[in-house]
Every structure is written in structure tokens, then in C-alpha cells.
Design a protein around this ligand. Structure first.
Ligand SMILES: [Zn+2]
Length: 374
């Protein structure tokens, strides 16, 4: 039977009581263990709404005895960010206490785990996986979080670190559905991409500053290089854009996740034939940002999902203070050929700001540094 637990979060000020709500379905310890969280970026509201619809379906399945694995669902992964209202505006992406992006700075336990399992691993993947999980648990227990954001991060990792499947629900600004995965998870995760109707799958490892899903996979990935181990499927699902929030979309996406979990043997029942994956997949290095090079107002010239050629005009940055249109527009050209799959809802541009992404047909030479924007 489904249960709900409240995990207290550290107080930032006196009498400031906050907690993580954790729904649990199936039998504790059953496999596969699935962990789903939503809204670590607390302004991405399609994510918790989807989690809410998924919880409803999981509750009914649990009551029917159909949960064959274990499912842990955190519908609001960031109660701190959800409460950050400043002058009537909600700020949920960055932490107002530290300035940090909520989905950066999770704890990479790889080094501590490698040290702990040194000499203890053999040829049996299941035994090695057990040892790695125990080492991660120890490493997470040893962390002394400094700020409230760090306390939140550790508690989320403690809920997720030993899962076989981890799904972190987000949205982009204005976007088609896309997925971030470790390269080891592809094409294994094609069923997830297909059920959700994902358009772009980006395969990335160490893309910059320890986002949640990468730190979950990281210790297993680092062990995997020398020993057989079960690397979890750890995915970020970008559920379109910030404004794509509706019961209809959330239910559709929750149904897709439910069928995916049926295919993975975590929920009994027939999900029907697996749909074909119709999107594009490749290394994150194929993704090229579209940058604003001048201050002004963004006027897009290509719709979401457009296939563009390198050199195509994708947007203009308009200097609305100019008298007349001559010289008032700075063109923004595609730097690669591919699919224009994200844009910015924020139309006030400043130089250096990314105002979109193109998933190119080939990896871009010289793509270095952090692959994620902040
Ligand atoms: Zn996000």
C-alpha cells in the first residue's frame, strides 16, 4: 500500500519548517527500484504536475497489487525554491541564499566510493553493485552539508542513489521534449524516449558542475571502467517549456512514464506495443547554443522544431531605441545545421545570453568547457 513520508529539511531561520514529501509504492527492497523526482528547478511546473498525475496512477496500481518493484516519488524536490517569491515574482532556478543553481553542485561520491571498494570487487556484477551501493551510502552519510541547498541535495541523493532507474523531471524555457542521458544508457533507454515522444536525446557525462542525474550515475560509471557493475539508468526529462503546463500534457506524460515502468517490470500489466523512437540522439557535443551578441529584444525568425542550415537567420536582436529600422537589428545566425529545439521565453536579451539551442547533425569541433548553461 502506498505510504507518504515527510523528511524534515534544515531550517534556514527560526521556526522555518520545511520538508520533502516522499511517496512510496510497492515493497521496500523490491527490484527494480525506481526513483522519480520533479521540480528541483522549482519554477518548472510541468514537472510536479506530471509527478502528481503519475502518483495518482501509481496509487491505483498499488491498491490493485500491481507494483512489482519499488517506486519512490518526490513530487516537489525543492520546497525551498518553490517558496522564493520576491516582489511578486517567483524565482525557482537559483538559490537566493547562495546564488547557486539548484541543479548544480550535487555531491560526486566517485572518488570516495573508489577508495572504499578498492580491492573488494570481483567479476560478479550483482555483488559489485551491492558493494558500490553500500560505499555510496557511507559516502553520503559522511557529508556535512554547509547550506540548506547542500542539505537538500544530500537528502535527495540518499533517496535515489541505489535505484535502478532515476528520472529527474524538468522543463526548458520554451522547447520540444528532450532527454539527457549518460552515453552508457543509450540505446538502452530508447523505450523511455519512445513512450514520451522525445524529439532530441543528448548523451552527456560530466557536462559541468554536477547536476543531479550525473552524480547519481557517476560512482557506478567510474567503477564500470574496471569492473562489471549495474549502472543505473539516470535521466533528465525536459518536459517542453515553462508555459507548457496543463492537465492534458501532464496526464499524457505520466501515462508514458507509467507504460515505461510496465516495460521495465516495475508495474504489472500490458503497456501495449512499444512505439517507435522518432527523435534524434547523439553526443551533447552536437548541441550548439544560440547566443545573443547585443542587448535588445529578441525577435525569432525560426519556429521551435525548425530544421536550420548553418548561416540561417534564426533571430534578430532589436534595438528598439533606434529611429527607424536601419541598423536597428543584429542578426543571429545558426552556427551549425540541425534541429532548432529550444528557445527563450524571456525576450529581453543581453550579450552572452543563450537564446536557444540547435541539435546539430554532427559533433562540433572545439566544443569545450561546461556543456550546460547555468
Ligand atoms: Zn530544470
Amino acid at each position: 500500500m502506498a505510504t507518504t513520508e515527510q523528511i524534515p529539511l534544515r531550517e534556514v531561520s527560526l521556526n522555518d519548517h520545511r520538508s520533502l514529501t516522499v511517496h512510496r509504492f510497492g515493497q521496500p527492497g523490491a527490484r527494480p527500484k525506481v526513483y522519480v523526482q520533479a521540480g528541483i528547478h522549482a519554477n518548472e511546473l510541468a514537472a510536479p504536475l506530471t509527478a502528481h498525475h503519475l502518483a495518482d496512477r501509481l496509487k491505483a496500481a498499488d491498491e490493485a497489487g500491481a507494483i512489482t518493484g519499488e517506486i519512490v516519488l518526490v513530487p516537489i524536490a525543492n520546497p525551498i525554491g518553490l517558496s522564493q517569491i520576491l516582489s511578486a515574482n517567483h524565482f525557482g532556478r537559483h538559490d537566493m541564499e547562495t546564488g547557486g543553481n539548484y541543479n548544480r553542485g550535487f555531491f560526486d561520491t566517485s572518488a570516495a566510493v573508489l577508495e572504499r571498494v578498492e580491492g573488494a570487487l570481483g567479476h560478479n556484477a550483482a555483488e559489485n553493485t551491492k558493494a558500490v551501493r553500500a560505499a555510496i551510502a557511507d559516502a553520503l552519510d559522511a557529508i556535512q552539508p554547509r547550506f540548506a541547498i547542500d542539505d537538500l541535495h544530500v537528502k535527495l541523493q540518499q533517496l535515489a542513489f541505489d535505484a535502478d532507474i532515476v528520472v529527474d523531471l524538468h522543463t526548458d524555457s520554451d522547447a520540444e521534449m528532450h532527454l539527457f542521458l549518460d552515453p552508457l544508457n543509450w540505446p538502452n533507454a530508447e523505450d523511455l524516449a519512445a513512450e514520451l515522444g522525445i524529439e532530441v536525446v543528448m548523451l552527456a557525462r560530466a557536462s559541468g558542475n554536477n547536476p543531479f542525474e550525473e552524480t547519481i550515475a557517476a560512482p557506478y560509471v567510474s567503477v564500470h571502467e574496471a569492473h562489471p557493475v549495474e549502472v543505473p539508468l539516470s535521466a533528465v526529462v525536459e518536459l517542453r517549456g515553462l508555459h507548457d503546463v496543463s492537465d492534458e500534457l501532464a496526464r499524457q506524460d505520466a501515462d508514458g512514464l507509467f507504460r515505461f515502468l510496465q516495460r521495465r517490470g516495475c508495474i504489472a500489466g500490458d503497456p501495449g506495443p512499444q512505439p517507435a523512437f522518432k527523435g534524434e540522439a547523439g553526443p551533447f557535443e552536437q548541441t550548439v547554443f544560440v547566443w545573443a551578441t547585443a542587448p535588445g529584444i529578441v525577435a525569432y525568425k525560426k519556429p521551435l522544431g525548425a530544421m536550420v542550415e548553418a548561416g540561417d537567420l534564426v533571430a534578430e536582436i532589436v534595438d528598439v531605441s533606434a529611429l527607424g529600422t536601419d541598423g536597428a537589428r543584429t542578426p543571429v545566425l545558426a552556427e551549425t545545421s540541425g534541429r532548432f529545439f529550444t528557445r527563450s521565453l524571456e525576450k529581453l536579451a543581453r550579450p552572452g545570453q543563450d537564446i536557444g539551442k540547435i541539435f546539430g547533425t554532427t559533433p562540433v569541433e572545439g566544443r569545450t568547457g561546461n556543456l550546460l548553461s547555468d
